[in-house]
Design a protein around this ligand. Structure first.
Ligand code: 2HG
Ligand code: ZN
Length: 464
């Protein structure tokens, strides 16, 4: 794109969006130009901030006429560089932040309709105000926005009970790459009328269309919550406890998180948060919730059995919601603590739940043999098979070498190289290596059908 074309494009967008709708000053656009981890610094031509679906559609049309690429962005909390522009100075960041309304909450029909720029926490709070639960939840929920949560099919802490974002989206409104608005904002639990096209956009990271609003599923809000931290000798014991929890607490389990000893050391060192239990190789943060009054008794029973059979060597069941929040702060502080420790190479992998202990052992062995000095900071959502096998690299070790080693072990266990964070820019090369040729070819056909000019978030998910 020539400088004149970029100049004309910016002028047209400014005219359409009016004051506050377009950012062009270096200092204004800087926060939109780089990801949270500061791994992918970019430089956009400008940041468009439409305030309605009609404005989004016009931005898309204006960009398309100029041949300019668009990079949709919500709260910019992603960990795979999927929402930031390249460094060409020609891409337009399309921030959904001004489309932040909650359009409707229906506590009887159990739905909430929100615009893409609504912060996830605000949507959760709106559900809680009418005594309902919006079950998608993760550490960045105070900044992440509904559109980005959907575009990345975010996972998080409660997937073991409520599934991924995909399972919690009932209806969707999207703007296609040619500016067409597709309104599928139906508040229906059951809808088998033709292709379920919304699934194409959920998890497509803004490469097939732009999510502008959604109908989300709400659930009952359990009255009682039991939260426990357990120290466990090894991942095999953690797996036995997963079965025990399934047997005794069943569908009341809403989080089953595995945390390495190193993770809690880092949270203590960099976040100043004290681990209330003694030193151990591994920990479990387990949470169950139910409206039945017998929950606490059942949870106490599980903790007692776990200690008795030696699968837990220490444990605490929170006595209050503040104490529970303290336990969660340990878990939710890992990402920031890891960032302060040094260069972490992140992996967001999944393997069958049963294979988690063997996977951890095999990955640890491979790391020790091939990349001496590297430290594994493993933690994650054991209850859904998703482990963040992050590696704190030793000097001279490349991300590529570490990725290939870890993902090779994942492959051996029939796993996935991205369970919940998506591909973004971070895993584009690794995706090609780990998906079958037929799967990549199909993805390219879908991309070509919906974005023939390649203007929607180019270079993300699929290589250009
Ligand atoms: C979590 O589970 C997030 O806390 C972030 O998915 C994981 O920092 C990470 O690698
Ligand atoms: Zn996670």
């Amino acid at each position: 794109m020539s400088p004149e074309t970029t100049h004309d494009l910016v002028a047209r967008l400014a005219a359409r969006l009016g004051p506050g709708g377009l950012l062009t000053e270096e200092s204004d656009i800087a926060p939109f130009a780089i990801d949270w981890r500061r791994l992918f610094p970019g430089r956009p031509a400008c940041v468009a901030r439409p305030a309605s679906t009609a404005e989004v559609a016009d931005v898309v049309r204006i960009c398309r006429e100029a041949g300019a690429a668009l990079v949709p962005q919500g709260g910019n909390t992603g960990l795979a560089g999927g929402a930031v522009p390249d460094a060409s100075g020609t891409q337009v960041v399309l921030s959904l932040m001004r489309m932040n309304a909650i359009r409707a909450v229906d506590p009887v029909g159990l739905t909430l309709t929100a615009e893409a720029g609504c912060v996830l926490k605000a949507a959760q709070d709106a559900a809680a105000d009418v005594n309902r639960l919006l079950p998608v939840s993760f550490a960045a929920e105070g900044s992440a926005m509904v559109g980005g949560v959907i575009a990345t099919n975010a996972g998080g802490l409660n997937v073991v009970r409520y599934g991924m974002t995909r399972g919690n989206v009932l209806g969707l409104e999207v703007v296609l790459g040619d500016g067409t608005v597709v309104d599928g904002l139906r508040a229906l639990c059951k809808d088998n009328a033709g292709y379920d096209w919304k699934q194409l956009f959920i998890g497509s990271e803004g490469t097939l269309g732009i999510v502008t609003a959604a109908v989300l599923r709400l659930t009952a809000r359990p009255r009682h919550v039991a939260t426990a931290l357990l120290a466990v000798p090894d991942p095999q014991a953690a797996l036995r406890l997963f079965t025990l929890a399934q047997d005794e607490l069943g569908d009341a389990i809403q989080a089953f998180e595995l945390i390495s000893g190193l993770s809690l050391d880092l949270v203590a060192r960099h976040g100043g948060l004290r681990n209330p239990l003694g030193p151990a190789g591994w920990y479990l943060l387990v949470e169950a919730a139910s409206s039945l009054p017998s929950l606490r008794e059942a949870a106490e029973g599980v903790l007692a059995t776990a200690l008795e059979q030696g699968d837990a060597v220490d444990g605490v069941l929170a006595e209050s919601s503040q104490q529970a929040a303290g336990l969660w702060a340990l878990r939710e502080g890992i990402t920031e603590a890891e960032a302060k420790e040094g260069r972490g190479v992140k992996h967001d992998v999944s393997v069958p739940i049963t294979a988690i202990p063997a996977f951890l052992e095999a990955a640890g062995r491979a790391l020790a043999a091939d990349l001496p000095g590297a430290r594994a900071n493993a933690f994650g959502h054991m209850g859904d098979g998703n482990i963040h096998y992050n590696v704190l690299a030793a000097p001279g070790q490349t991300s590529e070498a570490i990725n290939q080693l870890v993902h090779g072990v994942v492959e051996d266990f029939g796993g996935s190289i991205s369970a919940e964070h998506g591909i973004g820019q971070y895993r584009v090369t690794e995706l090609v290596r780990h998906r079958r040729p037929g799967e990549i070819a199909l993805a390219r056909r879908i991309k070509a059908a919906l974005d023939p000019d390649g203007l929607l978030n180019p270079g993300k998910v699929l290589a250009r």
